[in-house]
Write a protein that binds this ligand. Structure first.
Ligand SMILES: [Zn+2]
Length: 359
């Protein structure tokens, strides 16, 4: 088998994020975005002959490049304040869990200069669900995922044709000042911003995760320099993120027309899914992008427990070939994918399809 040509940017720092589940409909469920997921992916990549590159510590700068400072600061302080407020014993909760949410009407009198006095309330300014818990090592691990993604972008900006950031936690549901859906900071957005800051005038993000990347969409919603396109299961059919991802969401102001959503019905398989990927790539070319970031979720796979799409292993291989079509410098950033025995193999199908491997 031909070894993977592109470097895989990796960091052991992901292990600090171990939420041990989350609350869905008020019930604590076992997690599927735990350290085991990252380690399994690493082992599968190494077994396939991949070359791992360690992500440097880039501090908070690449996070602040795509997120509001007050939000980043809140996540940085959250767990320590949770501990200081006594919640390890009262009520006996080791992770930061929001219980109240600053909805636009409810929080109409909230003021940036008067943040809530407790972290259990303040976190409600930014949390979108109870599934996305914050532990002692979450902030550092989420920063590390951004570091790996920005470093992959730096390698590509430096002349490599492609690089892959094999990161967790994922990022595409994290917006300018909100987190949720197992995402804290937006890794793909940080990669795209790094490319912009490296002098690439126009960048495109193509998101093939089964779920729409509402966070990425919001970060670039009014910007024309970064295109965002996504194929995903239709939120109107009852799927996450529920409030975004409809076909009529196309951006506004300077970003009008620079967002493209292609929702598909539950049960969709290779044919229509690949046609949508092809449409996204045509839009990338029409946008005039000079570099590409791929939000590489593989949870659209038929065997994945988190989505009803039915894409095959061969379908992912074909998607990789389509992503290579415009021959753009390309940064792959890991998003979802929860069928662990097949996580690395499906990712490798995309990357090998992209590289034109024939085995
Ligand atoms: Zn997903």
């Amino acid at each position: 088998m031909t070894p993977l040509q592109m470097p895989v940017v990796w960091t052991e720092r992901h292990r600090g994020h171990a939420p041990d589940g989350g609350y869905w409909l008020g019930i604590r469920l076992p997690g599927d975005e735990e350290p085991e997921r990252g380690d399994t992916l690493r082992d599968q990549l190494l077994a396939a002959g991949a070359t791992l590159v360690d992500a440097p510590d880039l501090g908070v700068a690449p996070v602040l490049a795509v997120h509001e400072a007050a939000f980043v600061d809140c996540l940085r302080r959250a767990h320590a304040q949770w501990v200081a407020d006594g919640h390890l014993t009262d009520p006996g909760q080791p992770q930061v869990v929001p219980y109240i949410f600053a909805m636009p009407g409810f929080a109409a009198r909230a003021r940036p200069d008067r943040p809530p006095a407790t972290i259990r309330a303040e976190i409600g300014l930014y949390a979108t669900d109870t599934l996305t818990l914050i532990g002692e090592g979450t902030f550092a691990a989420a920063c590390a995922a951004v570091h790996a993604s920005a470093h992959a972008a730096a390698l590509v900006a430096g002349g490599l044709p492609a690089a892959y950031a094999a990161v967790r936690p994922p990022g595409h549901h994290a917006g300018p000042a909100f987190f949720g859906g197992s995402c804290y900071f937006n890794n793909a957005a940080a990669a795209a911003q790094h490319l912009r800051d490296s002098g690439v005038p126009r960048v495109a993000i193509v998101d093939i995760d089964a779920h729409q990347g509402n966070g990425t969409q919001e970060i670039f919603w009014a910007r024309g320099d970064v295109f965002y396109g996504s194929v995903h299961v239709d939120p109107a059919a009852g799927w996450y993120p529920h409030f975004a991802g409809h076909a009529d969401e196309t951006g506004e102001a300077g970003g009008a027309g620079a967002t493209l959503n292609l929702p598909l019905p539950p049960g969709t398989g290779d044919g229509p899914w690949l046609a949508a990927v092809q449409s996204l790539m045509q839009a990338v070319s029409a946008h005039g992008a000079q570099a590409l970031v791929v939000s590489l979720g593989v949870d659209a796979a038929a065997g994945d427990p988190e989505s009803p799409l039915q894409v095959s292993s061969d379908g992912f291989r074909a998607a990789g070939r389509l992503l290579a079509g415009p021959r753009l410098p390309t940064v792959f950033v890991q998003e979802g994918g929860y069928d662990l025995p097949h996580l690395g193999p499906l990712v490798l199908q995309v990357l090998r399809g992209f590289e034109g491997s024939h085995d």
